[in-house]
Design a protein around this ligand. Sequence first.
Ligand SMILES: NC(=O)c1ccc[n+]([C@@H]2O[C@H](COP(=O)([O-])OP(=O)(O)OC[C@H]3O[C@@H](n4cnc5c(N)ncnc54)[C@H](OP(=O)(O)O)[C@@H]3O)[C@@H](O)[C@H]2O)c1
Length: 330
Amino acid sequence: MSRYEKMEYRRAGHSGLDLPAFSFGLWQKFGTDHPYETQRDIVLHAFDLGITHFDNADRYGPPHRAAQQVFGQVLKRDLAPYRDELLLSTKAGNPIGPSPYLKGGSRKSLLTSLEHSLRDLGTDRVDIFYSHSPDLTTPLEETVGALVSAVEQGKALYVGISNYAPERAHEAAELLRRAGVPLLVHQPRYSIFDRRPELNGLLKLAAEDGFGLIVYSPLAQGLLTNKYLDGIPAGARAENSAFLSPDVIDDTYRQRAAALNGIAERRGQSLAQLALQWVLRQPQVTSALIGASSTAQLDHNVKALDFPPLTEEELALIDEHGVHGTGVRL
Ligand SMILES: NC(=O)c1ccc[n+]([C@@H]2O[C@H](COP(=O)([O-])OP(=O)(O)OC[C@H]3O[C@@H](n4cnc5c(N)ncnc54)[C@H](OP(=O)(O)O)[C@@H]3O)[C@@H](O)[C@H]2O)c1
């Protein structure tokens, strides 16, 4: 079966672009502190599974910029013949250094970062260029203007925003529409344990404004798998990442995760597969943006596409145990 038959592709909002139901992100374990061969295997395996979209940021490492350099090596050595079959995304604006020009939503910061990213990735243009986070100290017109310039200069095909609250996302979408560069996607965090896009109206706004949602950390960084039910396994993210504290793996978490695991088992699937199906059930969610530390995790997770839809009864049970805010910083 070809990679394109293995994967489902979903249209991003009102655009003409299809994204794979699963996108792959290089946020964690793609720095210089992990072996290149494993990183390469994971990227190539993802592509073999039909995951055509790779999400990056100037910030990912450690050190900052390292993950894009890793991807750049794989692109150069293995994936160069497939560049036109890949969607590469990068983001700018989160701090990558102490300089005032290496952070924030200014034109200087965003377009400088994009130059670094193109160099690190070893490509002339990215497919999606994002403002990584809102910068309330910079006029939105300036940030949006930098995104538009990236497209006009041929350095990006589409633009996105990430972590924007609905009101500012709507303003950005309006400014971009007027500039003739429609907002392709918004990248929020969304999972059974983080319901904000439902609660703050972002899901509704995406439908109204016609942009897609590519949702990150749908497994709540691994909390929505069965790996932490009996402690913290060696090498797991909660053992050694600044972004997932072992403190969140307490009795309340374990009780809720075990109940969700039970619902998944009764469906003949794993908690990870249930959690991924759960975000993808929303029509506004174009793609679930996952991470993985092994090819086996990828194989396991993409099988989420093979199960029957969640029923109303199952969704109600998930609501009961999938309490908003469990294990995640809101
Ligand atoms: N825009 C933003 O501000 C922002 C913020 C965060 C992330 N992101 C993007 O979203 C991407 C994904 O984020 P994420 O890595 O937090 O997503 P996630 O899919 O919620 O978590 C992935 C992690 O869970 C563990 N895992 C995955 N499948 C598993 C399985 N079947 N069994 C057990 N453990 C499993 C692995 O960690 P271990 O094996 O290492 O424990 C894996 O790295 C990032 O790479 C980045 O591109 C964007």
